[in-house]
Write a protein that binds this ligand. Structure first.
Ligand code: ME8
Length: 517
């Protein structure tokens, strides 16, 4: 079985989950579910990033010890996964013993190879970004406040002894790696940004802190804890059971895909490959960095406290509609703006009208005119054959799109088939054939049931609950709910359950939730 290992970033536990975190987790979930549907053995990892000064400060503000605080907030991220129907195989926490072991091992291997040395750090640091900045990356405001120009996060001057990673020594190797692997970092715009940063010259990276304690201890130096990013990136290795070569998931390294937001592309596409090179380990195959959401035009962030709560969004719209909307609304890789009006419009037009009505019309005609029985495949007209050929080519097209993380494009390919099926039902008008040509009516309904089978299976990764309902109503057996199974016709003569609406309109959803008077 081909293996596929994909990851989300591990989220900081300094604040609660919001729409931005939900976005990455949902996108990764769709990709994981698609690979499972395609017969791959998948390892899908998510989790929480619990060390560092930012978390330590948030714990202090909450009046809790860092570990107790991390326990609380990590549980909320786990709950977010449940609420969104995220099918991760492991949820890693960086405070777990397995992770401390892996960090120490990676450090020691890099050190043994001469990539780590003790020095003195003096420069700008942003706790909010947990990142060091060069003087050329800093801006001074009129009131004297200093900010990191790009992220607008406050910075402070730090002077302390520090262990360094010899990043400058990896510049040529990194450049050669990126040139030999043009698809390693996508989208292309992000890759170009990274290449120009890389070409502008790399300085060594401070990878330990001596001024606070909330971190992974540096091996053989009790005064230092590891820089949170050295610790955090290592989580992707930890989860495979590394360094134990006999661990059940050892064969999953290197990861096939790290999915991240655009602000952390550099950490994943430069620092992480360099750390791995220093320890003589294989590099991940791809990093995809997606865009950022604003909400009704406003920037959203954990620190600004204006993040939309994923649980509330699910209560309002339903989790499948939310999953669908955020992947459909903008091409994956671009920024997006979350607007209530836009999600409601898509729910009504695309889910309730295009897809819901197609299923409802077909299934109620089968119930009324064929005693609810799925007919056997009949002779095909050119129109039937063309539409079924479009359905048959869909899995290969989707594989192509999912391999490029083109998630909105994958949805558009499925929607092309839905629109074609709606045009077909209008044109064939099976309701009018009942008296005039009942055999043709059967054949038309059978074509429509086959199309709905393909639509139901291919949309399962995006909307698992609703598509399970649709496939149940189509009486599709579990064994026929995979991409491979779409090539074999479903048996005729099977009785379908009574049809029921799959996607209520948004207003009807709200009515259903209102307390009865
Ligand atoms: O960066 N729009 O954690 P984090 C889209 N712990 N995605 C968003 C978003 C938004 N407005 N806001 C956040 C960290 N995200 C580190 C990662 S990995 C080894 C360590 C998503 O809690 C996006 O995926 O700040 C982004 O990269 C991630 O949340 C940052 O989460």
């Amino acid at each position: 079985m081909p293996r596929f290992y994909l990851t989300t970033p591990i989220y900081y536990v300094n604040g609660d989950p919001h729409l931005g975190h939900a976005y990455t987790s949902i996108a990764a979930d769709v990709i994981a579910r698609f690979h499972r549907l395609d017969g791959d053995e998948v390892f899908f990892l998510t989790g929480t990033d619990e060390h560092g000064q930012k978390v330590e400060k948030a714990a202090q503000a909450a009046g809790l010890a860092p570990q107790a605080f991390a326990d609380q907030v990590s549980a909320r991220f786990r709950r977010m996964s449940e609420v969104l129907n995220i099918s991760h195989d492991d949820f890693i926490r960086t405070t777990e013993p397995r992770h401390l072991r892996a960090c120490a091992e990676l450090w020691q291997r890099a050190q043994a190879n001469g990539a780590i040395y003790l020095g003195h750090y003096e420069g700008w640091y942003s706790v909010r970004d947990e990142a060091f900045y060069g003087t050329d990356e800093i801006e001074t405001l009129a009131d004297g406040t200093r900010l990191a120009r790009e992220s607008r996060a406050p910075v402070e001057w730090v002077r302390e002894p520090s262990w360094f990673f010899r990043l400058s020594a990896y510049q040529d190797k990194l450049l050669a790696f990126h040139e030999a692997n043009p698809d390693f970092l996508a989208p292309a715009a992000r890759r170009n940004e990274l290449l120009s940063f890389l070409k502008s010259g790399l300085t060594d990276l401070s990878i330990s802190r001596a001024s606070f304690r909330w971190g992974v201890p540096v091996p053989n130096d009790p005064d230092h804890v590891m820089y949170v990013w050295f610790d955090a990136l290592t989580n992707y290795l930890t989860a495979t059971g590394w360094p134990d070569p006999a661990a059940p998931r050892a064969g999953f390294w290197p990861a096939d895909l790290h999915l991240v937001g655009k602000e952390i592309a550099r950490f994943h596409a430069l620092y992480w490959p360099a750390f791995l090179m220093a320890a003589d380990l294989p590099l991940p195959r791809r990093v995809f960095s997606h865009g950022w959401w604003t909400v009704e035009g406003e920037k959203m962030s954990k620190s600004a406290g204006n993040g939309l709560d994923p649980t509330e969004l699910v209560e309002t719209y339903g989790r499948d509609a939310l999953r669908y909307f955020i992947l459909r609304e903008v091409p994956f890789g671009n920024d997006g703006d979350f607007r209530h009006e836009a999600i409601v419009t898509r729910m009504d037009r695309e889910l309730a009208n295009d897809l819901g009505n197609l299923a409802q019309r077909t299934l109620s005609l089968v119930a009324r005119n064929l005693d609810g029985t799925r007919p056997a495949p009949g002779p095909r007209t050119d129109d039937d054959a063309a539409l079924l050929a479009q359905a048959a080519s869909l899995p290969a097209e989707l594989r192509g799109a999912i391999d490029r993380q083109a998630l909105a494009e994958a949805l558009e390919q499925i929607w092309k088939l839905i629109r074609a099926a709606n045009a077909y039902i209008d044109h064939q008008a099976p309701w009018a054939l009942k008296k005039a040509n009942p055999t043709r009516m059967e054949d038309v309904l059978r074509v429509l049931l086959d199309l709905l089978h393909t639509i139901g299976v291919t949309l399962t990764p995006f909307m698992p609950d609703a598509m399970a309902k649709l496939l149940d109503q189509l009486a599709v057996p579990e064994t026929a709910r995979s991409l491979a199974a779409l090539a074999s016709p479903l048996a005729g003569g099977v009785i379908l359950p009574a049809p029921a609406a799959i996607f209520p309109r948004f207003a009807a959803r709200l009515d259903a939730r209102a307390p009865a008077c």
